[in-house]
Design a binder for this molecule. Sequence first.
Ligand code: A3P
Length: 307
Amino acid sequence: MEEKLSYTEAIQRAGDSFSRFPLIPIRGVPLMSYIANNWESIWAFRPDPSDILIATYPKAGTTWTQEIVDLLFHNGDAEACKRAPTPVRSPFLEIFSPPPIPSGLDYLKTMDPPRIIKTHLPFQLVPTGFWENKCKVIYVSRNAKDNMVSYFHFDSMNLTQPEPGPWEGYIRKFMQGELSWGSWYDHVKSYWIEREKKNILYLFYEDMKENPRREVERIVRYLDLSVSDEVISRIVELTSFKNMKENPMTNYSCIPAPIFDQSISPFMRKGEVGDWRNHFTPEQSKMFDEDYEKQMKDVNIPFRDII
Ligand code: A3P
């Protein structure tokens, strides 16, 4: 009989089969080889109409939003939401890792809907069942410069992602869409363009930081939930950066150092808007802005704090 391992045990058992995986393009989008090699089963996934999809470009506020939605589904019960680490409570649709770590699809099979599903796939790679079944989809976007800074630190500490290399070169890779999950520009645009037709709730990290309560209330309305003011206040408090950083179920301490080396950079790093100013030189910022104008000229997405 197959041995039943906890998430952390499975990761530890996988041991040194981890490495920085190469990227393989799927329909032009570079994805980690483990994902690309299992693409057919990911693409074939059929959600339940009640499932919720939380979609983001990596590092835009995924974990924060997963926690808010799980707490909303549990009426603000902090203990219930400490039942397991984030990736077990809210599976990562496309993730595949070396055995014996269960894939996102394995976790989904064991859960009853409504499930809170995470994805970093751009709109065109989201399995079509989500749209056919009219699933609710929350998209969170974050301004390009802060998003890139956060991704740079994450790629340093996540030892399954390609080496970030020096900062200057990383900016170029970001602008050219060469990082895992592809172009930030295409990603944020792909959901923006479809948001009305597909009834996608499109949120901004900067709005969540400015007024988390307002954004939690927006999620409540979108999901048609009935939650008291007091519970909303509790959820806002439980999902503050400080509380999530200290919570072992949300701070990714479940993933051991050979994979996430939090001594290089913590998963819950700074949680701020405008940290890009501590990374970009004025010349880099100017060069980035000029390119941004060109790449974003066909849409008017109200990103803030970018200049
Ligand atoms: P920083 O690296 O800028 O600190 P994701 O969950 O999509 O991987 O995003 C991670 C980013 O969101 C990190 O950004 C992390 O610190 C930030 N984050 C996570 N929880 C947060 C919270 N409750 N409030 C603000 N930022 C949060």
